[in-house]
Design a protein around this ligand. Structure first.
Ligand code: ADP
Length: 305
């Protein structure tokens, strides 16, 4: 059974479809990344999936429960982590978790809190005030709170926004550990390295799913060609290439330029005179996931209306 199996979900605000016929499946134990520009409909989709919002159209099952008629049951078995840190800053980690345990009517409270603290490596900080925690520890507390009731599905909305790289890495190690234990995870993120740690990713723009698959599949299916230009005078090369037919993207990467296009022949043609510049080398390069997303986003910087 798929943990998430939804078809043609539509949600409109003021006549505008912010979720536009989204169809998605997530297998049990899978970690799926949800990517897309701000305002593309990720949060709204996630909130529909955890039973907090009713779709205007579409249907589906989450954890085997009907999205429309069994949202209460879904809520009970889903852990949802919102973007905002929503804890009592003047309570300790332990007290915050006790509060959450009572909300979920977990008994005995003390035992659930102790196990969760232990599980997430928070035991030594039990008595620290939540308000004094660093970003990484706050995320860990938020994760602890949303897995304490032992959900089968985790829906994480940009869980690591603003968290430093080391803490992000630890957070993802934790996500993988939980998935190995059978938990299914749908996680929205803006970070490419995080997308690469997912089993599969889905990319959404203006409410529509544009691509789904493994990172390799999404990169391959985008059908882009990339050349790496190195050598002298790269600023002038970039300037010369900008806006040329066949050139969709020109981006500096360290001491090189990545030049990307969707029409290989046109891109090759655009690079002909660059190859002839003294001291400049043009070599075929690997298209990155970031190149693909920038291509998707071209022309639509932001989906906010
Ligand atoms: P994302 O999570 O990808 O940033 P959201 O799902 O938060 O996107 O938002 C998608 C679009 O829907 C945005 O344009 C946002 O302004 C709009 N939107 C979200 N919630 C509401 C609401 N309650 N009322 C009106 N518009 C909304």
């Amino acid at each position: 059974m798929n943990a998430i199996d939804v078809k043609n979900l539509v949600k409109r605000y003021g006549g505008r479809a912010v979720v536009d016929h989204v169809t998605m499946t997530v297998a049990a134990g899978e970690i799926v990344g949800f990517l897309g520009p701000n305002g593309s409909g990720k949060t709204t989709t996630i909130r529909i999936m955890c039973g907090l919002l009713t779709p205007d159209e579409g249907e589906g099952h989450v954890l085997g429960y009907d999205l429309r008629t069994e949202s209460l049951l879904i809520k009970r078995e889903v852990g949802y982590m919102t973007q905002r840190f929503s804890f009592y800053e003047d309570l300790t980690i332990g007290e915050n978790l006790e509060f959450v345990a009572r909300l979920y009517k977990l008994r005995p409270v003390e035992e659930h809190v102790a196990t969760t603290l232990e599980d997430l490596g928070l035991a030594s900080r039990r008595d620290q005030l939540a308000g004094t925690l660093s970003g990484g520890w706050k995320q860990r507390l938020a994760l602890a709170a949303c897995i304490m009731h032992k959900p089968k599905l985790l829906l994480l909305d940009e869980p690591t926004a603003g968290v430093d790289p080391k803490a992000r890495r630890e957070f993802w190690d934790e996500i993988h550990r939980l998935a190995r234990g059978g938990l299914t995870v749908l996680v929205s993120t803006h970070y490419m390295d995080e997308a690469e740690r997912c089993h599969r990713i889905s990319y959404i723009s203006y409410g529509k799913l544009l691509a789904t698959g493994t990172v390799e599949e999404v990169v391959r299916n985008a059908g882009l060609t990339t050349f790496v230009v190195s050598g002298a005078g790269l600023d002038q090369v970039a300037e010369a290439l900008e806006g040329r037919s066949g050139v969709d993207q020109v981006a500096p990467f360290g001491a090189t330029l990545h030049v990307v296009g969707s029409d290989q022949a046109a891109l090759e043609a655009a690079l002909t005179d660059i190859r002839d510049r003294p001291g400049v080398t043009v070599e075929p390069g690997e298209t990155s996931l970031e190149d693909v997303f920038i291509q998707f986003m071209a022309g639509s910087r932001d989906n906010m209306s």
